[in-house]
Design a protein around this ligand. Structure first.
Ligand code: NI
Length: 144
């Protein structure tokens, strides 16, 4: 079972309609904290297929490993990184939007499109020309 998960920062109210929140993850230290957390239990609790950390939201494509429900994994990513990054940024209060968004991957074609979509987020927003140039995604990681 593979899912595409998106979790946004707080800042503009709850719900997808209000879109995403504050650009806390524009800080390299904050983005690195999230990336380290995603990688930490890779191959133990889930298999990471792709990720991309944007300034105000995170995309993850992951396959669940039996016994480790992805909903719990997302909760632990959010809770750990919120504490760490709040400390880094000297702020308090909610960091991530309470809800997150997830979509099941139907088949290989859907998976291939989703991987490309996730890694091209920074290109689509005009931050970089090529996906590999974004430090905070699986595209850069593959070249490392
Ligand atoms: Ni996005």
């Amino acid at each position: 079972m593979v899912q595409h998960i998106v979790f946004p920062t707080v800042g503009r109210g709850e719900g997808i309609a209000t879109h995403f929140g504050a650009h806390f993850l524009a800080s390299d230290d904050a983005a690195a904290c999230v990336q380290d957390a995603l990688i930490h239990f890779d191959a133990q609790r889930y298999r990471l297929l792709a990720w991309c950390i944007m300034p105000n939201h995170v995309h993850v494509v992951a396959e669940q490993i039996e016994g480790w429900p992805l909903a719990e994994t997302v909760h632990s990513w959010k809770s750990y990184t919120a504490t760490q990054i709040n400390r880094m940024l000297s702020r308090t209060g909610p960091f991530w939007m309470r809800e997150y968004f997830d979509r099941f991957i139907r088949d290989d074609d859907h998976l291939a499109k989703t991987l490309t979509y996730v890694e091209r987020n920074p290109v689509a927003r005009g931050y970089v020309k090529n996906a590999e140039q974004w430090r905070w995604s699986s595209a850069a990681w593959r070249l490392a």
